[in-house]
Design a protein around this ligand. Structure first.
Ligand code: ADP
Length: 591
């Protein structure tokens, strides 16, 4: 239904009321004027009649009708009032406007009848004699004995009244028209002054309902008290709502920021498993678009993992806090911690799922298990050998040369045992220092470091007739931990001697490249085939286990080198062609 505007409700009704009031006022004033006119006219006629009453009475008693005629003619001329003298029987004895002989008996005229009865008679009617409307006043005339001797009638035309009334009405009409125009403008302005603030309040409430809480109604001073209070109340309400909204938005943003920056994935769903919220981490865990809006979409349509769906159903039925591990297709392992979201009335409103990526933890656990198994295995081998030979030595009466041979084997295994333990200790020490940030680095010249390495390995090299060559610029400095770097380089050089050919040469070099310090140990040994190159830096990895063992290796040497490089923030690399030697690189950051 189309509703009328308030202005069009107020304005026409005010205007109608004003118009009706003006019309009623006009009618009342017209009526009042009319009656005032008649009253005045009648009074005037009466006064004139009373003026000549005595004169006429005495002339009637003298029966001097001719003088009466002259008298009333004279009076008419002076006062412009028609005068008529009638005997009690109704016979007209004199009239100032018409010959008495031509006049009929007047006894039936209402004013004459009243005057004959002793009162003042008044009448207003059309005069057949004068052919126009007249007002009549008739008074009784008495003789000395108080006996009615005649009636004196004074009359005047009231045609003038009509003209006057018409003129007055015409003038009043124009005046009223001006009043109506002025009034309609005033009423229009007044109606507008009532409806404008209401319009403003209407616009305000519309904006408010659309969520604009940052507005204020401007109240002009000439509005009514009620509108002023209403506007003030609304302004106060807006300010409060605005401040509440600001708080809510701030809280929402804070929660949003917390959710977004969390490393844990967070997903909330409603009881129908439709997504309510999903943070960035959760999107990355499940390889989902970072910006897409998933709100309202059933979770199973977004994450196709039936374990997860079953898990959510479990939360809804159990209504308790549950923990579970999820294996994703990409080998990722997530730990999900779920709880039912309940209202104050203890009704389930949805579920909250918190995901932790435990892939690394599980991988580390696996590595640790493998490491423990490897260590046990590596230690068991020399230990079993030592135990076996010792039993033989104890139980049998052996020849001296056999005994010497067996004791030699026991000694070799014992030293292998020691090498493994020392390497393990050194590895764990490096890891510990690295974790605790305890590795001290200082800027020192590198040439002496390389010299020391050569010196430490010289004996072993000479035994195999290997020539050690050091290539380094005397001025080259590096920010290093000299003890650890020496250990790493000695490991590499010892490997090169161990696996290198007799009478070959090993070059130990250091140089500054564009972005790092490069240490290289180049040998002319057997080289390493590509399938082993990737794995040689792993713990206990040996290409030829028997040979390694024979040469007294622990399988931890390159692993220690890698950790020393990592402790310096650097890396290791290997360049080798099977059968043509290898070059091991240690790349450390310049500063
Ligand atoms: P190991 O104690 O057995 O030497 P490493 O960790 O030092 O253990 O070396 C791992 C494996 O890499 C060795 O078993 C060896 O087969 C291979 N390797 C290391 N250095 C060289 C090299 N310079 N030339 C050829 N093979 C090497």
């Amino acid at each position: 239904m189309k509703r009328k505007k308030l202005f069009w409700q107020i304005y026409p009704s005010y205007l109608a009321i004003s118009l009706v009031s003006i019309i009623v006022l006009l009618l009342i004033s017209r009526f009042t004027f009319r009656s005032f006119y008649f009253q005045e006219k009648a009074q005037n006629l009466l006064e004139k009649a009373y003026l000549i009453e005595g004169n006429i009475s005495s002339l009637i008693l003298e029966k001097d009708f001719i003088l009466i005629q002259e008298k009333i003619n004279y009076m008419d001329k002076k006062s412009n009032n028609r005068l008529t003298i009638i005997l009690p029987g109704g016979k007209v004895i004199a009239d100032s406007r018409k010959k008495k002989e031509l006049m009929t008996n007047h006894k039936d005229r209402p004013e004459i009848l009243t005057a004959i009865s002793g009162s003042v008679g008044m009448s207003k009617r059309f005069s057949e004699t004068m052919k126009e409307d007249h007002l009549y006043q008739a008074i009784p005339l008495y003789g000395p004995d108080k006996k009615l001797i005649g009636v004196l009638r004074s009359s005047a035309s009231i045609e003038n009244l009509k003209i006057t009334l018409f003129n007055i009405s015409k003038q009043v009409f124009w005046e009223a028209l001006v009043i109506v125009i002025v009034l309609s403008l005033v009423i229009g302005w007044y109606s507008k002054s009532i409806t404008t603030p209401i319009e403003e309040i209407k616009t305000y409430t519309e904006k408010f309902s659309q969520g604009d809480y940052d507005q204020k109604i401007k109240i002009s001073n000439n509005v009514s008290q009620e509108i002023y209070s209403l506007a003030q109340g609304l302004n106060k309400m807006t300010a409060q709502v605005n401040s509440h909204m600001e708080k809510i938005i701030k809280q929402k943003n804070e929660i949003e920021a917390v959710f977004t920056s969390m490393v844990e994935g967070v997903i909330t769903v409603d009881p129908k498993r439709r997504i309510f919220h999903m943070n960035l981490a959760a999107r990355s865990f499940f390889n989902l678009d970072e910006k897409k809006v998933y709100k309202g979409i059933p979770l199973e349509e977004v994450i196709r993992n039936h374990h997860l769906i079953g898990y959510i159903d479990h939360i809804f039925t159990d209504k308790s806090i549950l923990e579970q591990e999820l294996n994703l297709n990409n080998q990722q392992i997530l730990q999900v911690h779920g709880t039912a979201l309940k209202s104050l009335q203890n009704q389930v409103m949805g579920a909250l799922l918190v995901f932790n990526d435990i892939t690394k933890v599980r991988r580390l656990e696996l590595h640790r298990k493998e490491f423990v198994a490897n260590v046990s295995h590596e230690l068991r081998t020399p230990l079993t050998s030592i135990q076996g030979y010792l039993e033989v030595l104890l139980e049998n009466d052996l020849k001296k040369e056999d005994r010497t041979k067996f004791l030699g084997i026991v000694q070799k295994n014992a030293s292998r045992f020691q090498v493994i333990i020392e390497d393990l200790l050194s590895l764990s020490q490096i890891e510990k220092e690295q974790d605790n940030n305890e590795i001290k680095k200082e800027i020192i010249p590198l040439s002496p470091v390389l010299g020391t390495v050569k010196l430490l390995c010289l004996d072993k090299a000479q035994k195999k007739g290997i020539n050690l060559i050091v290539k380094v610029n005397e001025e080259l400095n590096g920010k290093i931990n000299s003890h650890l770097l020496e250990q790493a380089l000695v490991n590499l050089v010892e490997n090169a001697i161990k696996y290198g050919d007799k009478d070959s040469q090993i070059i130990i070099s250091a140089k500054k490249t564009k972005d790092h310090l490069e240490f290289a140990i180049k040998d002319e040994g057997p080289g390493i085939s590509p399938e082993h190159q990737k794995r040689v830096f792993e713990r206990f990895y040996c290409i030829d286990k028997a040979r390694s063992r024979e040469l007294g290796g622990s399988g931890l040497g390159l692993s220690i080198v890698k950790h020393i490089a990592l402790a310096h923030g650097g890396s290791v690399a290997l360049d080798s062609t099977y059968g043509k030697g290898s070059t091991f690189y240690l790349n450390l950051p310049i500063s």
